[in-house]
Design a binder for this molecule. Structure first.
Ligand code: ADP
Ligand code: MG
Length: 242
């Protein structure tokens, strides 16, 4: 299958410290590709390096064009939507105002967003800071989905959420993935099992495994070795922050 994103020998530093080292993987043009790995191994830094948010070197090709020397705003304009780990909604603004600010296209896809997130429609006048964690995650996803992106980078959308809300977020991502390929950082194995086609496992700043999601999840020894958890028992990696 053709790739929408090719990452080759990507390295990145934060405060002079190498946090991403020689990372190579590709993202197919359809479906969900999951990035897995224990806490602190460089998943978020890899996303930030792709987006040009931290200093990086190496080659990143998006839809056949190099973006590894480009500024973040230019990368965003090419059609890569980024949903950061900490959600970053404007707490003092209403849901409707958050969405209005996020709309980059002349014709934002309000219908799609309203259909995916009926709860946000009901809460359009509510201040984003008073939403639950799950609702803020929905708003953060909605902000990215409003624009016609060609790829979404979504960083740990289910982190810290109650199981019922995790399912709702997974359903929204599953729907979204019908319209746009997603590179998804996720530690919840059932969510990966449900959504992901391919997986990329990162450890100590570099890629240690790539392949088919199901093949990995069916291999309990590999899951334990690569992620430190057992596929059939754990839903999150040990040392999870919440
Ligand atoms: N702002 C920062 N300043 C210094 N070190 C950082 C910063 N952000 C991340 N790091 C370090 O970079 C490494 C990778 O972090 P990160 O990419 O956030 O990992 P992950 O998303 O896999 O949990 C960790 O060792 C972390 O301590
Ligand atoms: Mg992270």
């Amino acid at each position: 299958m053709s790739a929408i994103l090719e990452v080759e020998h990507l390295s990145a530093t934060i405060d002079g410290q190498l946090v991403v080292e020689d990372v190579t993987f590709s993202v197919p043009a359809t479906g969900v590709t999951a990035v897995l790995g224990r806490n602190g191994v460089g998943k978020t830094s890899t996303m930030k390096a792709i987006m040009g948010l931290i200093g990086r070197s190496g080659r990143v090709e998006f839809a056949g064009e190099r973006i590894d020397r480009e500024d973040t705003h230019k990368i965003v304009r090419r059609g890569i939507g980024y949903v950061p780990e900490d959600r970053e909604v404007f707490a003092g603004l209403t849901v409707a105002e958050n969405l209005r600010l996020a709309a980059r296209d002349a014709t934002p896809r309000r219908e799609l967003v309203d259909q995916l997130f009926p709860d946000l429609v009901r809460r359009s006048g509510q201040k984003a800071g008073t939403l639950s964690g799950g609702q803020q995650q929905m708003l953060s996803l909605a902000r990215a989905l409003l624009n016609t992106n060609r790829l979404l980078l979504v960083d740990e959308p289910t982190k810290g959420l109650a199981p019922k809300i995790v399912t709702e977020v997974a359903e929204a991502l599953e729907e979204a993935a019908r319209t746009v390929p997603i590179l998804l950082v996720e530690q919840n194995l059932p969510v990966i099992e449900r959504l992901a086609g391919d997986v990329v496992v990162i450890d100590a700043g570099t890629v240690v495994h790539t392949g088919d999601a199901r093949t990995l999840l069916d291999d309990d020894e590999a899951v334990h070795r690569l992620l430190g958890v057992h596929a059939d028992t754990a839903t999150t990696a040990p040392g999870g922050t919440q």
